[in-house]
Design a protein around this ligand. Structure first.
Ligand code: NAD
Length: 378
């Protein structure tokens, strides 16, 4: 059914589904819907920025296949990933008389796929949804794995559901309009995928940073497909996040703490880039990772234009505050901070109780002090 030049990755969750990747993959959407979902009706959930750029073209494709489309446009950005926005989506769906045989198509970045997927999880006790990610992060991470949800003022993603999409359609051409800062943010997750489970992907990124940054389509397709495969493998092995899924948190223990302590002045992609460098050093300090691999990780991250340490002091940032943020984050066990560490590039270490390895706080103190900002700040 798919045009032969699209790559397909099967995600072996329950239920399983396919991720279609390639230039022009969007042309598959109407055909896929007609073959796989019974109703000729759907709600297109998107954000205002994506709608302006790509909404009309997507609607046109669907309508020319005689699929009725109700569009719900939400405000862009993390601040709108809320219960209130989900309610807005639900109100439009109910007003439009969308019934159980309809589906949601979420067209956008991770904010939109998290919102659209969560709305689909609970609308009429659950309807199918299709993810059409439009950011690099969405393609390699957020749209795959079935985690959907919204934020609460007290924390990110506190309310949500596990609801796998019926398909993911990743059209690489849509990335042409993505702002540079968002593209680099996605690249951080791509490098992470290489470090945790695909040394070939890591080598590709390390060898071709200029072509990756130039968004060369053929290379981008390869890189996205490999990163998707990592996420697909990990979530299929451990759909309920018992152990294996923890490896996706590489760079995120320190990274999330940096985001939180800086009040999100350090953006997600930057924070996890610095986090991956810091956690690689922790792995070296713990005798788990060869220093040469930690250096290669740092060099690859820097070559892709991502930060490897804080560029300046940040008010309120201190080693203590970082430690505290990491402690209250989900990444602690009995009060001790838990990290996942690479054993070498492409393979994560296992401790006595799985991938999560409790961290030596003195070592963390040392590494955090070397991040650049905290050491110099009060
Ligand atoms: P995002 O959805 O906010 O998109 C970033 C910005 O780019 C937005 O302003 C958006 O309007 C714009 N944009 C999107 N596509 C565009 C395009 N093609 N051209 C121009 N502009 C475009 O952010 P994101 O980085 O994609 O996703 C972050 C979210 O994903 C967070 O809420 C995070 O919690 C979530 N996430 C979820 C999972 C999961 O497993 N469910 C995994 C990782 C991240």
């Amino acid at each position: 059914m798919a045009s032969p030049d699209l790559r397909r990755i099967e995600v072996a969750t329950a239920p399983p589904y396919t991720v279609f990747i390639g230039r022009g993959a969007l042309s598959l959407l109407p055909e896929w819907l007609l073959e796989n979902l019974p109703g000729r009706r759907l709600a297109l959930v998107t954000d205002a920025a994506v709608d302006r750029l790509h909404g009309a073209a997507v609607r046109e494709r669907l309508r020319s296949a005689r699929i009725a489309v109700e569009t719900v446009v939400v405000e862009p950005g993390e601040a709108h990933k809320t219960r209130r926005t989900k309610e807005q989506i639900e109100d439009v769906l109910i007003e439009a008389g969308i019934s159980r045989d309809a589906a949601i198509v979420a067209l956008g970045g991770g904010v939109v796929t998290d919102l659209g997927g969560f709305a689909a999880a609970t609308y009429m006790r659950g309807i199918p949804w299709v993810a059409v990610p439009t950011t690099l992060l969405g393609m390699v991470d957020a749209a795959i794995g079935g985690k959907t949800g919204v934020n609460h003022p007290r924390g990110k993603n506190l309310i949500g559901a596990l609801h796998q999409p019926a398909a993911v359609i990743a059209d690489v051409d849509l990335l042409a309009t993505l702002p540079e800062v968002e593209y680099r943010s996605g690249l951080a997750e791509v490098i992470k995928a290489g470090i945790i489970d695909d040394a070939v992907l890591f080598d590709l990124l390390a060898a071709e940073p200029a072509r990756v940054l130039a968004r060369e389509p053929a290379l981008l397709e390869e890189v996205i497909a490999r990163a998707c495969e990592v996420k697909a493998r990990v979530v299929a092995e451990d759909a309920s996040e018992v152990d294996r899924r923890q490896i996706l948190n590489f760079g995120h223990t320190v990274g999330h703490a940096l985001e939180q302590v800086s009040g999100h002045a350090v953006r997600h992609g930057e924070a996890i880039s610095i986090g991956m460098v810091a956690e690689s050093r922790l792995a070296v300090g713990a005798g788990i990772l060869d220093p040469a691999h930690a250096e290669a990780i740092e060099a690859a991250i820097a070559a892709l234009g991502l930060p490897v340490r804080l560029t300046g002091p940040l008010p309120g940032l201190s080693v203590e505050a970082l430690l505290e943020a990491a402690r209250v984050d989900k990444k602690s066990r009995a009060g001790r901070i838990v990290c996942v560490f690479p054993r070498r590039i492409g393979t994560m270490a296992r401790g006595e109780r799985g991938h999560g390895i409790p961290l030596d706080e003195d070592l963390l103190r040392e590494v955090v002090a070397g991040l650049g900002g905290p050491a110099g700040s009060p």
